[in-house]
Design a protein around this ligand. Structure first.
Ligand SMILES: Cc1cc2nc3c(=O)[nH]c(=O)nc-3n(C[C@H](O)[C@H](O)[C@H](O)COP(=O)(O)OP(=O)(O)OC[C@H]3O[C@@H](n4cnc5c(N)ncnc54)[C@H](O)[C@@H]3O)c2cc1C
Length: 605
């Protein structure tokens, strides 16, 4: 076939119109769209291999991390977390990227999340402009009519299209989910906003499941497999790591990307491949900034320390790291119903029955991923009495005091953060953007992501091993506003589980296991979260590290996604999000990449 010949040698020295670095979510979307024109040739470079294991195909495996296709980007000491280096950022290394290993939640942020991107100086990136791309990328299969009625499920079919990525709200729901929905509704008229950008409320969140055969829908299955055999102009090589962006002669001394150096994982042999029109970076928010840095584009101090020749001093590359800090509380339930999410692992007979059911009928719990119910809250909903005090605390801050060193020495980065801060303060003050979601899993696990972090991390190459994995500096809780909001999350979660416990039927009263009900003061709660490992600096949602913002705001790419001051080089992955969105990232990455492909097509003809 045209595309996949892993570890092939015949690409050495060849020239393509486009080289896409990274065959993950964004890379495969862009490669597919660019090769719709049979005259455009595209080479995709992917470090990982094809993964055809059941873990990559059967929805249930969304509940267990397949570490065989993951790498972990290590952390520098995290000052506010007792200098811990225990956390890392999980990144995929496989054809299809994160979509092959992720939790399969498909959620869009609120309108306000994307309008904030536009307000930061990115015309064409607000919700209205992105909605056509959310539509273009997806097809929604609704749940069956009887399941929808039984559970009072809602969704908005108008915000989906007939795109390659199939998503669905699974028919299978554990019986105890009824108690979670009762508890949510007990609060009165909770909006049920669906994926139409409507912000906080209680969601039936779709999963990336292809309902035609109840398998995991990935960037590979949606955007690569269907066209691989027929598009002679699309080539994907696997097991090859891009180690350097190559530059040719640009006009007036401008850097101009013309290719990529790649190294085989099999035997370390090196090759060079060339791009006539553009090199497109889609290596994800950890490795795109690293590749730029090892190629000489990044903060001069970091590059010099690593012995990398500085081609362009650009402090923005690797700054602005944002992730969803997760408060992962656990509860023990006194009287869970049969079956519940834990039955599969603790009851061998049930386990055997449900796997047989999946292979026979493609139904049951194995045909579902994890949470399809989420309760998303704005700050005023999370903590009505403290919201304005938290916003005032933010507004009165001297931002510099709570930012990494590189912001203090770079006026543009600081100015960009000030602009972000003003917008975030508005969002935190309103009920139009979510600051947290409580995913309801049907058991006692309560992982709540902080959607609007104020702390900013950095990603830099490892100065003693520039081509090894980069290093993340999380800076969790560097900005005290984040810990204030996390405290509110814990207290709100406790109130939720207390209401759930008060119902006199399954799943019964809940006892808090971590951080533990003995933690009551602010200090006790924060310490308890940290020492019990219940505070995760990363939910595997790295973003923002080559941010799309004006250059005077410390941006890295312009609204056309081209790297400032470099010709023929663009970024299309999660790195470009200037502010992380209030939901898991993949839906947004698919839409951003769809739009990126249109922008690239338009400028290159
Ligand atoms: C464990 C996990 C769980 C998640 N859960 C969810 C979820 O439930 N819902 C959700 O919406 N999102 C989730 N996400 C996040 C989502 O999957 C990512 O945001 C998304 O995949 C990012 O897309 P991307 O194109 O930016 O990068 P990726 O999809 O990560 O693609 C980057 C690709 O580039 C390759 N690559 C990197 N460096 C190089 C190099 N130098 N040379 C060649 N190739 C390279 C990598 O191997 C990878 O395939 C999860 C992610 C992970 C890892």
């Amino acid at each position: 076939t045209a595309g996949s010949s892993p570890h092939d040698d015949d690409i050495n020295g060849k020239t393509y119109d486009y080289i896409v670095v990274g065959g993950g979510v964004s890379g495969l979307v862009v490669a597919n769209r660019l090769t719709e024109d049979s005259h455009s040739t595209v080479l995709v470079i992917e470090r990982g291999d094809f993964d055809n294991k059941p873990q990559a195909i059967v929805p249930y495996w969304a509940n267990a991390l397949d570490t065989s296709v993951l790498m972990r980007v290590p952390s520098a000491p995290n000052a506010k977390l007792n200098n811990s280096t225990a956390s890392s950022v999980a990144v995929a290394a496989v054809v299809g990227g994160g979509s092959v290993v992720n939790g399969m939640g498909y959620g869009r942020g609120s309108k306000a999340d994307y309008d904030a991107w536009e307000e930061l100086g990115n015309p064409g990136w607000g919700w209205q402009a992105l909605l056509p791309y959310f539509r273009k990328s997806t097809t929604l299969t609704p749940p069956s009519a009887s399941v929808a009625t039984q559970w009072n499920m809602t969704w908005d079919p108008t915000v989906y299209g007939d795109g390659p990525l199939h998503v669905t709200i699974p028919n299978f729901q554990y019986p105890d989910m009824a108690a979670f929905w009762d508890t949510i509704r007990q609060e009165g008229d909770v909006p049920m906003p669906a994926d139409a950008g409507n912000g906080p409320g209680a969601y039936w969140n779709p999963s990336t499941i292809d309902a035609r055969d109840m398998t995991r829908a990935t960037a590979r299955s949606a955007y690569y497999d269907p066209v691989n055999a027929t598009r002679q102009n699309l080539r994907l090589v696997t097991g090859q790591t891009a180690t350097e962006i190559l530059f040719g002669d640009g006009d007036n001394d401008t850097l101009s990307a013309n290719g990529v150096k790649i190294v085989s994982r099999l035997d370390n042999s090196a090759r060079k491949v060339y791009a006539r029109k553009e090199v497109i970076l889609a290596a994800g928010a950890m490795q795109t900034p690293q590749l730029l840095q090892v190629s000489g584009i990044g903060p001069a101090s970091v590059l010099k320390a690593a012995g990398v020749a500085v081609k362009k001093d650009m402090p923005a590359v690797g700054a602005n790291y944002q992730d969803h800090v997760a408060t992962v509380m656990t509860f023990s339930l006194a009287n869970p119903s049969f079956p519940n999410p834990d039955t599969i692992t603790n009851n061998a007979t049930y386990n055997e029955t449900v796997w047989a059911e999946y292979y026979a009928n493609k139904t049951g719990p194995i045909a579902a991923a994890s949470a399809s119910t989420l309760l998303a809250l704005s700050l005023p909903q999370l903590t009505p009495n403290d919201a304005s005090a938290i916003v005032n605390q933010l507004l009165s801050q001297d931002a510099e005091q709570y930012l990494p060193g590189i912001y203090r020495s770079t006026t543009t980065l600081l100015k960009g953060f000030e602009a972000q801060k003003a917008i975030l303060a508005k969002m935190l003050n309103s009920t139009s953007a979510s600051v947290v979601a409580h995913p309801c899993l049907g058991n006692g696990l309560a992982p709540a992501p902080l959607f609007k972090p104020l702390s900013r991390g950095t990603v830099t190459l490892n100065t003693s091993d520039p081509h090894g994995l980069p290093i993340v500096q999380f800076n969790t809780f560097m900005n005290p506003v984040d810990s204030e909001i996390v405290l509110a999350i814990v207290r709100d979660a406790r109130a939720f589980w207390e209401r759930l416990s008060e119902r006199n039927n399954p799943p019964g009263p809940a006892t808090e296991i971590s951080p533990g009900a003995q933690c009551q003061t602010d200090e006790e709660i924060l310490n308890g979260l940290i020492t019990t490992g219940s505070l995760w600096p990363s939910l595997a949602h790295p973003s923002g590290t080559c941010a799309m913002m004006p250059e005077e705001y410390g941006g890295c790419v312009a609204p056309d996604l081209k790297v400032y001051g470099v010709d023929k080089l663009s970024v299309v992955d999660a790195s470009i999000m200037p502010l992380i969105v209030g939901t898991a990232l993949q839906a947004t990455v698919y839409a951003v990449a769809e739009k990126a492909a249109d922008l690239i097509k338009a400028r290159r003809g």
